[in-house]
Design a protein around this ligand. Structure first.
Ligand code: NAD
Length: 423
């Protein structure tokens, strides 16, 4: 069990040393340690079963965000991401939140929505009423599809009906609300919606087309809040800057897209590391951000009574501990073990906290120094490597690019040439 996620100087250790610490705290076995170090060791037959037309695999680095304490429990957070600075930023923000007691988080029950689309109805209003009157029978029908979920105290819990006007006429849309417990739930919900479709079609004399889950998982919400002291943030002025940046996002969709993208940097990286459906999370987050009509920030920021910065997040989180690739991909399984969450609701609390931390880090960097400075070193190294620098020259080429203020591929190529000629 993770006893202390406050790992001072973790970033200065070698990869092997870092892995040793994580393995000890998370009780990883030799096979799991081996898999993390050599993703190619993942059995190709497992990957081949996951998608169609498979020809190979791509490695994405997995790193650990440190310092997180959520509802009093420490977590080491595995993130799979190709973008530099995200993990460092999350770890740093979590360090600041830790000083004031860490993240306080909660999550709703894991309720997903299955939609059934009814068209060509002779009497749409009568159809709405009929479905509402037959609600209990329909819920029973839906639950007959997945006795396992019902046994786990999940399953279809409620049903809502709406009439909508569309380009092709009036439709009645049924929302089946399903508690999917520890699954992401897409297959579970789709199976129930498919089973119910002919029943409601017959009941209403309508025609059913779509029967599939909605990725706007508005009943499956994770929430987190935390406080960062003005001392940690570098003074009152930084707090002013953060609140100005937040106001900008709340008033301007162009800024808001980037604000919310920053939140998803962390959330999607954890989802990727654990074999979850990143596209479902992104679709859910951005549509939820628009649920009041305009596109809004998923976080809120304010200065509290003591002059410190208080932040909160509210976001739909359709994630699972079972189903999809979470259990079938051995590296995803190992990362889930590192994460130490016992239910999909605890997982949602962790992800909400990660999203809030990520947003704080981005806003702080923008308000204090400009984001590019933080990105610069790793970015320059990436450019050096892409320009063909051999491993022993990457650092030197990157330093030269930063000093010259020209972090560009053409300049990197010239420097590599110069150094080669010298050597
Ligand atoms: P799944 O198909 O494995 O279903 C989970 C099933 O496991 C449940 O139906 C239940 O019977 C059983 N189960 C056992 N223990 C459980 C527990 N503790 N909690 C919950 N269920 C338990 O997985 P899923 O989560 O339904 O499907 C996820 C996959 O579907 C992902 O790979 C996703 O990419 C994919 N998908 C997504 C979409 C979309 O987002 N629009 C559409 C289709 C498929």
């Amino acid at each position: 069990m993770v006893t202390n996620s406050r790992l001072k100087g973790f970033y200065k250790l070698s990869r092997e040393e870092r892995l040793k610490i994580v393995a000890e705290q998370c009780n990883l076995n030799d096979e799991e340690i081996e898999l993390l170090q050599d993703p190619a060791a993942t059995d190709m037959r497992i990957l081949e079963r996951m998608i169609e037309n498979m020809i190979g695999a791509i490695s994405i680095p997995v790193g650990i965000a440190t310092n997180f304490t959520i509802n009093g429990k420490d977590h080491l957070i595995p993130m799979a991401i190709e973008e530099p600075s995200v993990i460092a930023a999350a770890s740093n923000a979590a360090k600041g939140a830790r000083e004031t007691g860490g993240f306080r988080a909660s999550a709703s029950d894991p309720i997903m929505i299955g939609q059934i689309q009814l068209t060509k109805l002779p009497d749409p209003d009568a159809a709405v009423k009929k479905i509402q009157d037959e609600k209990e029978r329909l819920l029973g029908e839906a639950n007959s599809v997945d006795p396992m979920l019902v046994k786990l105290k999940g399953g279809a819990k409620d049903l809502m009906v709406r009439k909508i006007e569309t380009m092709t006429g009036t439709m009645v849309i049924v929302h089946l609300l399903v508690d999917v417990r520890d699954a992401m739930g897409a297959n579970a919900v789709n199976s129930m919606a498919e089973h119910l479709a002919p029943v409601v079609a017959e009941m209403t004399s309508g025609r059913v087309f779509l029967r599939i889950l909605s990725n706007l998982a508005m009943h499956r919400i994770g929430r987190a809040s935390a406080t960062w002291s003005k001392e940690f943030l570098g003074g009152e002025e930084t707090i002013d800057g953060i609140i100005e940046a937040y106001s900008f996002a709340a008033a301007d969709i162009f800024r808001c897209a980037t604000h919310n993208k920053g939140i998803m940097n962390g959330i999607t990286a954890v989802a990727q590391a654990t074999g979850n459906d990143t596209r479902a999370l992104e679709a859910g987050a951005h549509s939820y951000a628009s649920i009041h009509g305009g596109y809004e920030p998923l976080t809120k920021w304010r200065r509290d009574e003591d002059g410190n910065l208080s932040g909160s997040i509210e976001i739909p989180l359709a994630i699972g501990l079972i189903g999809g690739a979470t259990k079938s991909h051995p590296v995803a399984r190992t990362n889930l073990k590192i994460l130490e969450v016992e239910s999909s609701t605890e997982f949602a609390m962790v992800l909400a906290s990660v999203g809030l931390a990520q947003n704080l880090a981005a806003l702080r960097a923008l308000a204090a120094e400009g984001i590019q400075k933080g990105h610069m070193r790793l970015h320059a190294k990436n450019i050096a490597a892409s320009a063909g620098a051999p491993p022993d020259l990457i650092e030197e080429v990157a330093i030269r690019l930063i000093e010259e203020g020209k972090i560009r591929m053409d300049r990197a190529e010239e420097i590599i040439e110069e150094l080669r000629n010298k050597g």
